[in-house]
Design a protein around this ligand. Structure first.
Ligand SMILES: [Zn+2]
Ligand SMILES: [Zn+2]
Length: 120
């Protein structure tokens, strides 16, 4: 296996795992953003993402105690806050920040035909 193949496999594993805990969290918790209390259903559900309270994506206890459902906006904010901690910098307009691709639900901003992994 070449280096890049191994890398691709790791990426794929990560993506699979992320889908796994998202599905679990969505079954476990009401579909409401834990921060702004927006409710989600149907297509909008893609904007609801799973946040790890301790910011450790490897910490996925089966009881969901490390998960929090946040909409993509609040999720972004949460991570900005975390990044800013200890730096004394202002929390600025983080909505525009990039580097969001790790979050499931980014493609919710665009209509995706025939893709509905949230069906239960
Ligand atoms: Zn929110
Ligand atoms: Zn998060």
């Amino acid at each position: 296996m070449s280096h890049s193949d191994a890398f691709k496999k790791i990426q794929q594993d990560l993506a699979d795992r992320e889908k796994g805990y998202r599905a679990k969290a969505l079954k476990m918790f009401p579909h409401v953003c834990g921060s702004c209390a927006r409710e989600f259903e149907g297509k909008n559900l893609k904007e609801l993402t799973v946040h790890h309270k301790d910011h450790n994506h490897d910490n996925n206890p089966p009881d969901g105690s490390n998960w929090e459902l946040l909409c993509v906006y609040c999720h972004d904010n949460e991570h900005e806050k975390h990044k800013m901690k200890g730096y004394g910098g202002p929390v600025d307009d983080s909505f525009k920040s990039e580097g969001f691709s790790a979050f499931d639900g980014l493609d919710s901003f665009f209509p995706v035909a025939g893709k509905d992994e949230n069906k239960s």
